[in-house]
Write a protein that binds this ligand. Structure first.
Ligand code: PSV
Ligand code: MN
Ligand code: MN
Length: 388
């Protein structure tokens, strides 16, 4: 038996962060299909994130990407967010889009390029100070394409040095999240290819350095829930970049490709205490919407994470432990599959009504006329997109 009140409370307090870059035009490497009504600057991205929060009630922060969201006054941007009822979430530096970074950023063989990259990372901590952001979210495109291109070991040393300098600059209540990725854009080695590399650097650095798990950054078939359980038990799971994938880093709406995997991940989170605020697990989305409308796609993803969380909360933990102790493999497995098979949509609809929200956020958004409004308001001016 699960405690229904506790389930509702956990769902009501779970926060899912949306990424500013998902609101702008984005695409594949072949084509960016421009959409109408897309935000023209960081302020309008925040406006759209506030809309997602208004309809879901559980998306109260938005992650920024610098310099895509560069503004002259970050205090003013944070104020703008507050006025719309949301806060600034993780700050994501960008050390992969300038010509100097051809051979990498903080792992580059040229000390001048490493300095430039480090200065940008430190600037992002300044932005955290001003905006009240608690997390610096680090992803490095660094790596090599050919055996012999550079020393794998030296690059690790350079990485350690840069991470140390940034870690030492963090203020009270600020954390560093280190994201890994198996491949792309580099194809022979990535300098942070997997959770083990990220974990080792975090352990070297100290307790405020944590691993960020992007669900699209693994080899096919990787057991992501194992990684999650391992990191959570060692207090090194900083958070997620949720998305779904069929092949590589597809950045599709989370829960679209494999809802059972998302559920299995959330089961480890729930059983490992990862929903408790003290665990400090940040539930963030990292998506690019190439053909689907942005705001409804983000609402869909938030709902998908909520559904997976609700199902995970319905797992009868006591029964599961009992069957595990007895070695009753079939019954233990059935506890999970029963929870996964439960239709949690009525429960979530009721919860939303309790929270003063429409039980069907996507339908409510469509009815609201918001899209028609922003389409008209934003008809002039260049839409923000990747690199904007
Ligand atoms: C590139 O793979 C990437 O998708 C990483 O997942 C980052 O988190 C994201 O871009 C934003 O920089
Ligand atoms: Mn990511
Ligand atoms: Mn990615």
């Amino acid at each position: 038996m699960t405690d229904q009140r506790a389930v509702r409370e956990a769902l009501r307090t779970q926060h899912i962060e949306t990424p500013s870059w998902a609101y702008g035009n984005s695409g594949t490497r072949f084509k960016v299909f421009a959409q109408e009504g897309v935000p023209r600057d960081a302020y309008e991205k925040i406006d759209d994130a506030a809309v997602v929060h208004r309809y879901t009630g559980v998306a109260p922060t938005v992650a920024l990407h610098i310099p895509w969201d560069r503004v002259t006054d970050y205090g003013d941007l944070a104020r703008h967010a507050r006025e719309r009822g949301i806060g600034i979430g993780a700050i994501n530096p960008n050390v992969f889009q300038e010509d100097e970074y051809r051979l990498g950023s903080v792992c580059n063989p040229d000390p001048a390029v490493r300095r430039k990259a480090l200065d940008h990372l430190l600037e992002c901590v300044d932005i955290m100070d001003v905006t009240g952001s608690a997390d610096l979210s680090l992803w490095f495109a660094d790596g090599t394409n050919y055996p012999g291109q550079d020393s794998i070991a030296d690059r690790q040393e350079r990485l350690s040095e840069a991470l140390r300098a940034v870690y030492d600059r963090l203020g009270d209540g600020q954390r560093m999240l280190v994201e890994y990725k198996l491949f792309e854009p580099a194809f022979y080695t990535m300098d942070v290819p997997d959770w083990g590399t990220s974990y080792a650097h975090c352990v070297d650095l100290g307790p405020r350095a944590k691993v960020l798990v992007d669900t699209g950054h693994h080899a096919p078939g990787t057991n992501i829930e194992f990684i999650v359980a391992f990191l959570l038990a060692r207090s090194r799971l900083g958070g997620f970049h949720f998305n779904s994938r069929f092949y590589a880093d597809d950045d599709l709406m989370v829960g679209a490709a494999d809802p059972y995997q998302l559920f299995r991940i959330m089961v480890e989170i729930v059983l490992g205490g990862g929903l408790e605020p003290a665990a400090g697990v940040a539930f963030m989305l990292d998506q690019c919407h190439n053909i689907e409308p942005k705001i409804p796609a983000l609402i869909r993803s938030v709902l998908n994470v909520q559904e997976a969380t609700a199902k995970a909360l319905l797992v009868d933990a006591a029964a599961l432990r009992g069957f595990q102790r007895e070695g009753d493999v079939l019954s233990a497995n059935a506890v999970l599959t029963d929870a996964f098979a439960t239709d949690v949509r009525p429960l979530l609809a009721e919860l939303r009504e309790d929270m003063g929200l429409d039980p069907d956020p996507i339908a409510a958004y469509r009815r609201s006329g918001h899209f028609e409004r922003i389409r008209a308001e934003r008809a002039d001016g260049a839409a923000a997109g990747w690199g904007a």
